[in-house]
Design a protein around this ligand. Structure first.
Ligand code: HEM
Length: 419
């Protein structure tokens, strides 16, 4: 006879405000108070299940149990994700679109990305040597935008680059904001989709020929399961699905600079470290610092798991930040320690900064290799190719605001290239 358990339940009409008030800690706080990796609550006016940990992740990425269509709230679709993009697809349609994304991430294309990234940091550093100080976050957004456009085959005019970078950043800075900052994100999406849609059109009409293997070319010419090009607007959403998150790596660059500053012994170690240690350091930055708080799906059809009943249509959130800080999975999770990755078993369900599971079959981030490549080059640049100082500033970061960005943006002064 199968036993049924009741999922611990948070009482109250709606807890969306608590989620906004507690941010990255919302699920973790309740995981502690319920002493449970699963609880039920109400969010956005509906019943929702929140889960955390490796087993929960394995369940969450079971496509037979969960689906993505119609999950993202409007305010995220209008800013962060766009509409009808790969994030909202399921089954065969998802796999077909996702394989197009993954075809952009070949070894040789990652090598091209490596070279572009190295070059862009060097160009920026030459400019910074002439300046009194810089705000690394602002500079990194612009650098990442240059990298994103060049790697994706997207032509951008020098005089428009700053604005393009700001618009792409507004997509991830605005989703949970209220008032003008949120509307800035919505407006940015409209502008960006119009601009990129125009480029897609030019590729299709043969007026623009980005190199083979670049996102602009491959997405513009990608055919859906019926053998048709994507609608121009949808193709634009997918190109922006490459450009936007590359610009968002500016946040990880900021946290990388912060970790080098906060852990000087690590900096000394990195100065003589091999590539393997650089990889482990980057993994630890992605595990330790907050970025993407949670992933969302809904129950495809009724099922029971570990005695808990999941009802069809229930919104389900997987705690990404909390799983990366789960003491059952990570020794002393609140200590920054790249060495922990020496013995890491590479489970697809315990380390979730960019989601978990399988790239092709599931919704795991298509850009994880891109992120790691750019972060490794950026880390090497900050440690071995640049000398700088940090003036007095507020280096704290929030575990509430999503996304979290160090408050000062990391001000650097007396910058010199090490040649
Ligand atoms: C900046 C750091 C990044 C973080 C923290 C991040 C995080 C994530 C997360 C959490 C997901 C959703 C996983 C899920 O729903 O289960 C995701 C999906 C996705 N990411 Fe990233 N990502 C980053 C960078 C990138 C980059 C650089 C690219 C592209 C070059 C990219 C492209 C995508 C795409 C296309 C999806 C949708 C995948 C799907 O639905 O199948 N991301 N990312």
């Amino acid at each position: 006879m199968s036993m049924t358990n009741n999922i611990p339940r948070e009482e109250g009409l709606d807890h969306s405000l608590s989620l906004l008030r507690e941010g990255y800690m919302y699920i973790l706080n309740r995981k502690k108070s319920f002493a449970s990796n699963i609880f039920e609550t109400r969010l956005l006016g509906q019943s929702a299940i929140c889960m955390s940990g490796e087993k929960a992740a394995e369940l969450f990425y079971d496509e037979e149990k969960f689906m993505r269509k119609g999950v993202a709230p409007k305010r995220l679709q209008k800013t962060l994700f766009g509409e009808q993009g790969v994030q909202a697809l399921d089954d065969e349609a998802h796999r077909h679109r996702k394989s197009m994304f993954m075809s952009l991430m070949t070894k040789s294309r990652l090598q091209v990305l490596h070279e572009i990234t190295k070059m862009q940091w060097q160009i920026a550093a030459m400019k910074w040597e002439q300046m009194e100080q810089i705000v690394l976050y602002d500079e990194a957004k612009e650098i990442m935008c240059r990298i994103a456009c060049e790697w994706s085959g997207v032509p951008v005019k020098e005089e428009e680059l700053k604005e393009q970078a700001e618009q792409l950043a507004a997509l991830f800075e605005s989703p949970t904001a209220l008032g003008p900052q949120h509307w800035k994100g919505r407006y940015a999406r409209k502008q960006l989709e119009q601009w990129v849609g125009g480029l897609v059109n030019q590729v299709r009409e043969g007026h623009l020929t980005p190199p083979e293997g670049t996102a602009l070319r491959e997405i513009s010419l990608h055919k859906d399961l019926e053998g048709k090009w994507l609608e121009e607007k949808v193709a634009a959403v997918e190109v922006v699905n490459i450009l936007r998150p590359i610009v968002a790596i500016a946040i990880y660059v900021n946290f990388t600079a912060l970790s080098i500053h906060h852990y000087p012994e690590q900096k000394a170690k990195l100065e003589t470290a091999d590539a393997k240690y650089f990889q482990m350091f980057v993994q630890e930055v992605r595990r330790f610092y907050p970025f993407f708080p949670m992933a969302a799906a809904k129950v495809r059809k009724d099922f029971t798991w570990e005695g808990y009943t999941f009802k069809e249509g229930t919104l389900t959130l997987l705690d990404l930040y909390g799983t990366n800080h789960d003491a059952e999975l990570w020794d002393n999770p609140d200590i920054f320690n790249p060495d922990r990755f020496t013995g890491w078993g590479k489970s697809p369900f315990d380390f979730l900064p960019q989601g978990g599971g399988d790239y092709m079959m599931g919704h795991r981030c298509a850009g994880e290799f891109v992120t790691i490549e750019i972060m490794e080059v950026s880390l090497n640049f900050l440690v071995n190719q640049l000398a700088y100082q940090l003036p007095e500033q507020d280096l704290s970061y929030s575990l509430v605001s999503m996304p979290s960005i160090p408050r000062s943006g990391i001000v650097l002064k007396n910058i010199q290239r090490i040649v």
